[in-house]
Design a protein around this ligand. Structure first.
Ligand code: PXG
Length: 447
C-alpha cells in the first residue's frame, strides 16, 4: 500500500486506501494490487511518489500540448476563482465564453465561427450529433437522422459517441444504444501502407464506402458523417492522400454534414491549429477538448459553421433555438484556463514549433521500420505509432511489454493493442525526442 504523505500546505497528496475510487478504463483489481501513481508534473516530465522521473511521451492523454505545470494557466485560474467562480450561462452571460469563442473562431478555418461549450470530448461529440440532427429538422429534412461513423474510431464514451465510434469493446457491455448508426471502413491497410512516412499514398478510394452506405440507407436519411481526421486512440491511423478531400466532396454532394472530431488533433498536434488546416479540408463542425485548456480544467467545444448557427438562430426570434446545454457550458474557470492556454500557444508559437519538430520526430520513429517484430510505423505531425506483430495466442502484446519496461527506465508511453503510441507535448526538444526513441530501442533490443 502507498504511504500517506503530506504536502507542505498540509493537504494529503497520496492516498492511504485505494478501494473507494472506481477507476475509469482500468482493471481496478489488478491496478490496486500493484498501483502506479503520479505525484507531480513539470514541463515534459512526470514524477512518481518514489522519485521516478518519467519523460511524458503522451502529453498526459494527448492533453498537455504546452507541457505540464504552466504557471500562467494556474495564475489565470486563481484570479478567475477570486473574481467570478461560477455564474450560469443559461439566459445570462459572463465575459469568459464570449471571449473564448471569439478567440477560437479567429483561429478556426473558414466558416467555423461559432463555439458551443461542453465539459469533455465525449460531450462535444454528443452535442455535435444532436446539432446535426436538429439542423436538418429545422430545414424541413427531419428524416435525416442517421449518423455515419467509422471503424476503429474513438469518439468518447457517451451514448452517441460509442455508437458512432468503431470500438467493439466500448459497446459490447451495453448492447445496442443509439439506433440509426452505420460505419465506414477504417483506412489502415498493412498491405499497401506499412511504414508510410506521413500520409499513405494508397487508400483514398476508401472514402467511397460512403457511397455504399448512401446506396443502402438513402442520403435522405443521413444527417452526418463523423470521423477523426487522424484516428488517435486506436493507434494513429493516418488518412491516405486524397481521402479526406474525397469524403468532403461526397458529403457535400449528398447533403450530409461532415464532423471532424479533433479532440486529439486540435491545438497544434499536426503543426497547425487544427487538422482541418493541415489537410486543407473544411468540415461543417469540429469537436474539441483536451488541449483547449492544456488539460488543466475539463472543457470541450463544438465549433459550428455559420450556416448551421444561423439556421438555429433564425428559426426563432424569441424562444430557445437549441434545447441543449450543460450547467458548466462555458464555465468561467475553464474559460480562464483556455484563454491563458491559447495565449501560451500564440506567444510561444507552439504550433509552428510542432511543425518544425515533425521531420525529426518522423525520422526518429521510422528508425524502427522493418525491425524484427515491427509490423508498421506510422506518423504525422507530432503523433506516431509503432505496431508490433500480433502476439502468440495467450501472450501479452509486445507493445504492453515494451511499455512496462520503458516505464521502469523513465519513459511514459501508451500501449494500444499491438501499438505503442507517442504524442509528446509540443514543447519537447529534439534531444528529448531522441531520448524517447533511444529508450524504446534499448528496450526492444533486449525483449
Ligand atoms: N474524441 C476523440 C477523438 C478522443 O480521442 C474523445 C473524443 C473523448 O474525450 P473525453 O474528454 O470525453 O475523454 C477522445 C478522448 C488514448 C485515449 O488512449 C484517448 C482519449 C481518451 C482516453 C484515452 O489514446 N481520447
Amino acid at each position: 500500500m502507498v504511504d500517506s504523505r503530506q504536502q507542505t500546505g498540509g493537504d494529503p497528496i497520496m492516498p492511504n486506501d485505494l478501494r473507494s475510487f472506481w477507476m475509469p478504463f482500468t482493471a481496478n483489481a489488478r491496478f490496486k494490487r500493484d498501483p502506479r501513481l503520479i505525484e507531480s508534473a513539470d514541463g515534459v516530465h512526470m514524477q512518481t511518489p518514489d522519485g521516478l522521473r518519467l519523460l511524458d511521451s503522451t502529453a498526459g492523454l494527448w492533453c498537455v500540448m504546452a507541457g505540464h505545470g504552466r504557471k500562467e494557466i494556474a495564475d489565470a485560474v486563481h484570479r478567475q476563482i477570486g473574481r467570478l467562480d461560477f455564474a450560469p450561462a443559461f439566459q445570462i452571460g459572463h465575459a469568459g465564453p464570449f471571449r473564448l469563442a471569439e478567440e477560437l473562431a479567429a483561429r478556426a478555418p473558414g466558416e467555423l465561427n461559432h463555439a458551443f461549450f461542453t465539459n469533455s470530448g465525449s460531450e462535444a461529440v454528443d452535442t455535435a450529433i444532436k446539432m446535426a440532427i436538429a439542423w436538418h429538422r429545422l430545414r424541413g429534412d427531419g428524416a435525416r437522422r442517421m449518423i455515419i461513423g467509422r471503424n476503429r474510431a474513438y469518439h468518447g464514451v457517451n451514448i452517441g459517441g460509442i455508437s458512432a465510434a468503431g470500438i467493439g469493446a466500448n459497446r459490447r457491455q451495453f448492447g445496442s444504444l443509439m439506433h440509426g448508426v452505420d460505419h465506414l471502413g477504417h483506412t489502415h491497410d498493412l498491405q499497401s501502407q506499412a511504414f508510410s512516412h506521413g500520409q499513405p499514398a494508397m487508400g483514398a478510394e476508401k472514402a467511397d464506402d460512403l457511397l455504399a452506405l448512401v446506396e443502402l440507407h438513402g442520403d435522405e436519411n443521413i444527417a452526418a458523417v463523423i470521423i477523426e481526421p487522424v484516428a488517435g486512440a486506436t493507434g494513429v491511423l493516418v488518412p491516405p492522400e486524397g481521402y479526406l478531400e474525397r469524403l468532403r466532396d461526397l458529403c457535400t454532394e449528398h447533403g450530409i454534414l461532415l464532423i471532424f472530431d479533433e479532440v486529439v488533433t486540435g491545438f497544434g498536434r499536426l503543426g497547425k491549429a487544427f487538422a482541418a488546416d493541415y489537410f486543407g479540408v473544411e468540415p461543417d463542425m469540429i469537436t474539441l477538448a483536451k488541449g483547449i485548456t492544456n488539460g488543466t480544467v475539463p472543457m470541450g467545444a463544438v465549433l459550428a459553421a455559420s450556416s448551421i448557427y444561423e439556421t438555429f438562430v433564425d428559426s426563432s426570434s424569441d424562444s430557445v433555438e437549441f434545447f441543449h446545454g450543460y450547467t458548466y457550458s462555458g464555465h468561467p474557470v475553464a474559460c480562464a484556463a483556455a484563454l491563458a492556454t491559447l495565449d501560451i500557444y500564440k506567444r510561444e508559437d507552439l504550433f509552428a514549433r510542432a511543425s518544425t519538430l515533425a521531420p525529426h520526430f518522423e525520422q526518429s520513429i521510422h528508425r524502427f521500420d522493418r525491425h524484427r517484430g515491427v509490423a508498421d510505423v506510422r506518423n504525422i505531425g507530432l503523433m506516431g505509432a509503432m505496431q508490433f506483430d500480433p502476439p502468440v495466442a495467450g501472450r501479452k502484446s509486445q507493445a504492453a511489454i515494451v511499455q512496462a519496461t520503458c516505464y521502469e527506465r523513465g519513459l511514459f508511453t501508451r500501449a494500444v493493442g499491438d501499438s505503442l503510441v507517442f504524442s509528446p507535448p509540443l514543447t519537447i526538444t529534439q534531444e528529448q525526442i531522441d531520448e524517447i526513441f533511444d529508450t524504446v530501442e534499448s528496450v526492444i533490443s533486449e525483449t
